[in-house]
Design a protein around this ligand. Structure first.
Ligand code: UDP
Length: 149
């Protein structure tokens, strides 16, 4: 099993997409093992997006993700990192395929509704930034025998 970090960004929360997004993750077969609504401080936003420091969009990205509450999650499943990225779609919603979260619910890159880790290294780093180990819950989904061969 693999864990990934997912965050519904402030536009996703304000546009009342929390339920829709969680529902898509659940129905796919992914298991939410940690979740909280929170307001991100500037320091956390800068650390989360450290790889983009210095890029032209960095300042607007930090002010976007600190502009309102977000919903942070740890999502678990076989191949969860790649599967969630596929559900989320391309970074720019204008190019994201229909059927993906960004493709269905966004208009431009600076308001792309959701974040998901892009590699095992970033998943581990991002989960540790947002959650303490004891905030992550272990349990079985009742349908696990039907989700996995
Ligand atoms: N972003 C932006 N303008 C750009 C590229 C990225 O505003 O030209 C924002 C966008 O919110 C994106 C985030 O920066 O989700 C992180 O960019 P990354 O390339 O890591 O994309 P992601 O992993 O989120 O698809």
């Amino acid at each position: 099993m693999e864990r990934t970090f997912v965050m519904i960004k402030p536009d996703g929360v304000q546009r009342c997409l929390i339920g829709e997004i969680i529902s898509r993750l659940e129905k796919k077969g992914l298991k939410i093992v940690a979740m909280k609504m929170m307001k991100i401080e500037r320091d956390l936003a800068e650390r989360h997006y450290a790889e983009h420091k210095g890029k032209p969009f960095f300042e607007s990205l930090v002010s976007y993700v600190t502009s309102g509450p977000v919903v942070a999650m740890v999502v678990e499943g076989k191949n969860a990192i790649k599967i969630v990225r596929t559900l989320v779609g391309a970074t720019n919603p204008a190019e994201a395929a229909p059927g993906t979260i960004r493709g269905d619910f966004g208009m431009e890159v600076g308001r792309n509704v959701i974040h998901a880790s892009d590699s095992p290294e970033s998943a581990e780093r991002e989960i540790a930034l947002f959650f303490k180990p004891d905030e992550i819950v272990e349990y079985r989904r009742i349908d696990e025998d039907w989700l996995y061969e």
